[in-house]
Design a binder for this molecule. Structure first.
Ligand code: AMP
Ligand code: GLY
Length: 424
């Protein structure tokens, strides 16, 4: 099968790495891909959000399956466009359609869905410019810290957690009346603050049946000890030690099962991954958010632990033939440590030559923001490379991932030194 994988990060590298191992793969194209994905297929330098470019690529390379990595093309409706195009009648798309992708594209939509299907989540109300005064009153009734969320996609930056009431009111005003997050903050969800440990759980579905993938914990803040600014993710661990037994049973019963039933009941055209952003509050699971795709860097520990032909599962999910079953997993612990450009998540420099790539013998060195320049590989993003290693214990996996990280260098390279420590 000829496959087109849309995206360019560590997540897409990991999909490409897995797909390459499948006997079902004929040719793999990655658009736009990165300096590492060329090991597994052909990079096509197009914008995954430009439907015409995607269409031309599909036709030129006889693509039979499109796997969508990031959320933006899904929220923009790439599946609807492909499905509606008579020239692309035989192309399957792994990903939800535009309406179903609203589960990620609008926090209010997701909260309504959770309310309708009685899925545990933080109490909330949604406000607009017209209801700003009621928003102030709602904040006054709540306890600090105050959680304000831009309704739309804001590149992971649209959530504010504020301790001071006056500041929360000012931010609410800035979001609603001064377009603090552009059109994403035309509506703002204010919700109850939940205190606990976060984890991510994933399913793969064909809209009817589903399989559960391994869970992971992501480390979002830039500095050790979860300090500093939010990033796309600085590392991840799978499995998560507390995600078992009674807690996992609650997650399945109260969250996964009703969500998957809800998706079916709403009649969504949903194939692909459901990402449950969860929080464990004293043993009780709550949904923080849904995403309609795999996580990044969660994919970099979750997919390597799936001891199955991932492409076969993706083909089945995209064509409505997925069988519900337990997946075979690699029992070892996987840890990934993200190497980022100095300054990230604020401004940083690109084009730094990466040294040491040839020294990595163990583990999976995953490219995220890299580019090939002649015989060298240079940085081309904030998150540059991520080092995934396995171990029989979390400590063992950590040790190996950090050994890998120490072999790589580029000017102003930075990484967190404590990925996984909180789970020991
Ligand atoms: P989101 O974009 O919805 O995933 O939110 C970003 C981050 O904000 C989450 O990963 C949490 O760390 C935090 N967060 C979001 N909602 C809440 C909440 N209700 N209570 C506590 N923390 C939250
Ligand atoms: N790591 C979080 C995300 O992919 O949204």
């Amino acid at each position: 099968m000829n496959v087109l994988l849309l995206g360019s990060g560590g997540r897409e590298f990991t999909f490409a790495w897995k797909f390459k191992q499948s006997p079902l793969l004929t040719n793999l194209f990655i658009a736009p891909g990165n300096g590492g994905t060329e090991q597994f297929g052909t990079n096509i330098n197009i914008n995954p959000e430009d439907f015409l470019e995607v269409k031309n690529t599909i036709i030129e390379h006889n693509i039979e399956l499109v796997v969508v990595g990031p959320e933006a093309p899904l929220v923009a409706g790439i599946k609807n466009q492909i499905k509606a195009d008579t020239d692309l009648r035989n192309v399957n798309v792994l990903g939800p359609d535009k309406l179903a992708a609203t589960l990620e594209g609008s926090k209010d939509f997701a909260k309504e869905f959770m309310k309708k299907y009685d899925i545990p989540t933080a109490g909330y109300e949604t406000f607009t410019q017209e209801t700003l005064e009621s928003g102030y009153l709602f904040l006054e009734k709540m306890k600090a810290p105050y959680v304000l969320k831009a309704d739309g996609l804001a590149a992971g930056k649209g959530v504010l957690i504020i301790n001071d009431l006056e500041e929360a009111k000012n931010e609410l005003k800035a979001m609603l009346t001064e377009s603090k997050f552009g059109t994403a903050s035309k509506s703002v969800v204010i919700e109850e603050f939940l205190e606990g440990i976060e984890l991510s759980i994933f399913t793969l579905t064909d809209g009817d049946n589903y399989v559960i993938l391994p869970e992971a914990k992501d480390y979002k803040r830039i500095h050790d000890g979860d300090k500093g600014l939010n990033t796309g993710g600085m590392g991840a661990v799978s499995p998560v030690p507390f995600a078992q037994g009674e807690f996992l049973a609650k997650v399945r019963e109260r969250i996964i099962e009703p969500t998957m039933k809800g998706i079916k009941n709403e009649g969504y055209d949903y194939s692909g991954f459901v990402f449950f952003g969860l929080i464990n509050v004293n043993g009780e699971p709550f949904v923080i958010e849904y995403n309609v795709r795999m996580g990044d860097p969660e994919s970099e520990v979750v997919l390597p632990r799936v001891d199955e032909d991932l492409l076969a599962l993706c083909i089945d999910a995209a064509s409505g033939k997925l069988q519900s079953k337990s997946l075979n997993l690699i029992g070892q612990t996987a840890v990934t440590v993200m190497l980022v450009s100095g300054g990230y998540p604020e401004s940083y420099e690109k084009g730094k030559e990466i040294i040491g790539l040839d020294k990595i013998k163990d583990g999976i060195l995953i490219h995220a923001g890299t580019q090939t320049k002649g015989y060298t590989t240079v940085s081309s993003g904030g998150r540059v490379l991520t080092c995934t290693a396995f171990g029989n214990s979390l400590e063992g996996a950590q040790k190996k991932a950090y050994q890998m990280a120490r072999l790589i260098s580029f000017e102003k390279m930075f990484y967190r030194k404590d990925i996984g420590n909180d789970l020991l």
